[in-house]
Ligand binder design. Structure first.
Ligand code: FES
Ligand SMILES: [Fe+2]
Length: 329
């Protein structure tokens, strides 16, 4: 499993961590998240005593209490209480993770990353932000590619993201990249017939699909007056065959209408997510019958090799040589 130890990873929505602890999978290992004096603490979800899941216990005074013998651990992972023991507490510890909360999203790191985490592509701008969570049986690369793949929308999301007709437009695709990122910029696609586009969007000037390490897939829809709609999805391989995601849905804040639109967008977005989940799960299940099989990288799969390179920690091929191509979209 690819892991980037010194990066921030978006792992949960802050709203999902209230009085009860929350168990998540992080790089294949369970982690318990809980609130401790206003902050969010993250510990390995395993009591060092008899290895019980701490997340099945409760939070008492900002510490997590194991449900078996009541040992307690603070936000730093230090054992603070062994009920019934009269002497000093031995220095038992549970491994901890660093956490930071940003605009309702909880980020976690194994190491000690520099700076604040990256949340979305319109940071610092006057926008409306809605958050969604997803979990899919898949691989990180397949999920990221799916989000950024413009060609599947004709089939997987017919009617929703695309119109019902089979009509296509010739569009120009410019693919560029650098250390840790790759993007495809689509121009020449004047309008979209899909339901989401018709409700929420006017003329379209360009669409950008971008991947950033460690697992961020983002889409930007630009109109003549600027950014119209964007999504930034933080993906991570939670377990061998499970990809968890935190998605930011972003629209400019221009008044009450945009608020209403953002409420309409989320349910429709959830439908699109479910449609994608179906195909990704189908591929993942099917892959178990042919464990050695490698997928074909077709002529329209512009980003696959670059995402693979980024996930392997190397420079994407297009960083040296940007490409331009034309497709019927
Ligand atoms: S197993 Fe956790 S306190 Fe004993
Ligand atoms: Fe999709």
């Amino acid at each position: 499993m690819t892991s980037f130890p010194d990066c921030w990873h978006a792992v949960a929505l802050a709203a999902d961590i209230r009085t009860k602890p929350l168990r998540i999978l992080f790089s294949g290992q369970p982690v318990v998240l809980f609130r401790s004096s206003g902050e969010i603490a993250a510990l390995q979800d395993r009591c060092p005593h008899r290895l019980v899941e701490l997340s099945t216990g409760k939070v008492v005074g900002g510490e997590i209490e194991c449900p078996y013998h009541g040992w307690r651990f603070n936000a730093a992972g230090a054992c603070t209480a062994i009920p019934g023991h009269a002497g000093d507490i031995p220095g038992y510890r549970v491994p901890r993770y660093r956490t930071v909360e940003k605009d309702g999203v909880v980020f976690l790191a194994k190491g000690d990353p520099n700076g604040a985490p990256y949340l979305h592509c319109a940071e610092g701008q006057n926008i409306i932000l809605r958050l969604v969570r997803s979990s899919t049986r898949s691989t990180l690369i397949d999920t990221a590619e799916n989000i950024l793949d413009a060609t599947h929308t004709h089939f997987t999301h017919k009617g929703l993201l695309r119109g019902l007709s089979t009509r296509r437009q010739r569009v120009r695709v410019d693919i560029s990249g650098g250390p840790g990122w790759v993007e495809a910029c689509y121009t020449g696609e004047e309008h979209q017939d899909g339901l989401i586009s018709r409700l929420l969007e006017g003329a379209r000037v360009k669409t950008i699909g971008r991947f950033r390490s460690p697992g961020i897939a983002e889409l930007e829809y630009w109109g003549p007056k600027g950014l119209v709609l964007a999504t930034t999805f933080h993906l991570r391989q939670a377990a061998e065959d499970q990809v968890d995601g935190i998605g930011c849905l972003i629209g400019p804040r221009n008044g009450i209408l945009d608020h209403l639109k953002s409420y309409a967008f989320r349910p429709m977005f959830r439908i699109a997510l479910e449609q994608d989940r179906r195909v990704l799960t189908s591929a993942s299940r099917n892959a178990t019958y042919w464990p050695g099989a490698t997928p074909v990288v077709g002529p329209l799969d512009f980003l696959r090799r670059s995402i693979e390179a980024i996930l392997a920690g190397t420079l994407p091929p297009v960083a040296e040589k940007p490409e331009t191509t034309y497709i019927d979209l």
